[in-house]
Ligand binder design. Structure first.
Ligand code: NAD
Ligand code: UDP
Length: 337
């Protein structure tokens, strides 16, 4: 039976496709390519020997979803399609609610109409907001402070209601911490448009010489070296977490689980690891704190180990090695065909 991967042409989705195909599963990508490049399909074929089926469509289009789910004989969906920039979500909240919340609603309706029951959903640690206590456990209160975070929280609630409806869905909600790195081949990776907002792709662009300097937003946080701490998780480990979730999604109605390593890493520690992995100097400058940033957050990885039997295997050195491998082989991302 086939797994539909909405947003499967994107950074995380492409890595999930590879892991699923290599595990012998059939996949169909459903993506409107608003933030990805069709070349990724060719790259997935080069890694796995199999080109995934792909449908160009929008997750707000119920009819297109029904056709694709039926035509490909799908039994499950991994739902990644969505918009993900915190800053853009502040400027354009309507677009974010439409794509991320309405898109999830339309997908649920299409699944109910086609009898596809299982859904694994890409949520984010941003749903927690400012931590009361670390590490963040799944039962921590939810208080996101951006429109983006609120769209994820609402989509979680919507799916929870669908799980208890007359035509119930089996739901696994995965709260990602900070996915970085890429497939070790260097054939697929993170390819943001313009100047990257996130730390790892920004460091990569500085290392390759496309950006002059890394601005470090804040060195006066109450952390070991004053810079922000996050739980970086290798995207290939993250992809494996989705396979584990697919395998147990029908065992309980709603599963909510963190995907993180349980380890915090500061900005300066990540820069240091990247310098060692790449052999490149990364010029830095300290800048004021970024609005809305939290000093420190990292996951409790216990529930993922208990219910999914999943834990991250790759450390910061591998994350930096693979991010650099992708960057140096594809200085212009997927435009380097
Ligand atoms: P990405 O932008 O690389 O991938 C998202 C994909 O969805 C893209 O291929 C895009 O073209 C597609 N898409 C967007 N809107 C669509 C629509 N209306 N219809 C069909 N396709 C659409 O992002 P990513 O980093 O791979 O993230 C995937 C998911 O994981 C997103 O839902 C994101 O919010 C979530 N997430 C990402 C991170 C992160 O740091 N990357 C962290 C937590 C959660
Ligand atoms: N960061 C930084 N410079 C950048 C981008 C990010 O210092 O150019 C810091 C940011 O303040 C945070 C950490 O790096 O402490 C991770 O930021 P990112 O945007 O990657 O993830 P998020 O804050 O969304 O968890």
């Amino acid at each position: 039976m086939t797994v539909m991967i909405t947003g499967g042409a994107g950074f995380i989705g492409s890595h999930i496709c590879v892991e699923l195909i290599q595990a012998g599963r059939k996949v169909v990508i459903f993506d409107n390519f608003c933030n990805s490049h069709p070349e990724v399909i060719n790259r997935i074929r080069r890694i796995t020997g199999t080109a995934p089926d792909a449908v160009r469509g929008d997750v707000r289009d119920v009819q297109a979803l029904i056709s694709a789910l039926s035509a490909h004989g799908c039994s499950s969906v991994i739902h990644l399609a969505g918009l993900k920039s915190v800053a853009d979500s502040v400027s354009n909240p309507a677009e974010y609610y439409d794509c991320n919340v309405v898109g999830t609603l339309r997908l649920s309706q299409a699944m109910q109409q086609t009898g596809v029951r299982n859904i694994v959903f890409s949520s984010s640690a941003t749903v927690y907001g400012e931590p009361d206590v670390l590490p963040l456990r799944e039962d921590h209160k939810l208080a996101p402070f951006s429109p983006y975070g609120r769209t994820k929280m609402l989509a979680e609630e919507l799916l929870g209601d669908m799980a208890h409806s007359q035509s119930p869905l089996n739901v696994a909600i995965l709260r990602y911490f900070n996915p970085v790195g890429c497939h070790e081949s260097g054939l697929i990776g993170e390819d943001p448009n313009g100047i990257p907002n996130n730390l790892m792709p920004h460091i990569s662009r500085v290392a390759i010489g496309q950006l002059p300097v890394l601005n470090i937003y804040g060195n006066d946080y109450p952390t070991s070296d004053g810079t922000g701490i996050r739980d970086y998780v290798h995207v290939v480990d993250l992809a494996a977490g989705h396979i584990a979730a697919l395998d147990c999604v029908d065992r309980q109605r709603v599963l909510k689980v963190n995907l993180g390593t349980g380890q915090g890493t500061s900005v300066l520690e990540l820069v240091d690891a990247y310098t060692r992995a790449s052999g490149k100097m990364i010029p830095i400058t300290f800048a004021p704190r970024r609005l809305g940033d939290i000093a420190s957050y990292y996951a409790s990885a216990e529930l993922a180990a208990d219910v999914l039997g999943w834990h991250a295997k790759r450390g910061i050195a591998e994350m930096c090695r693979d991010a650099w491998n992708w960057q140096r082989k594809n200085p212009n991302g997927y435009l380097d065909q």
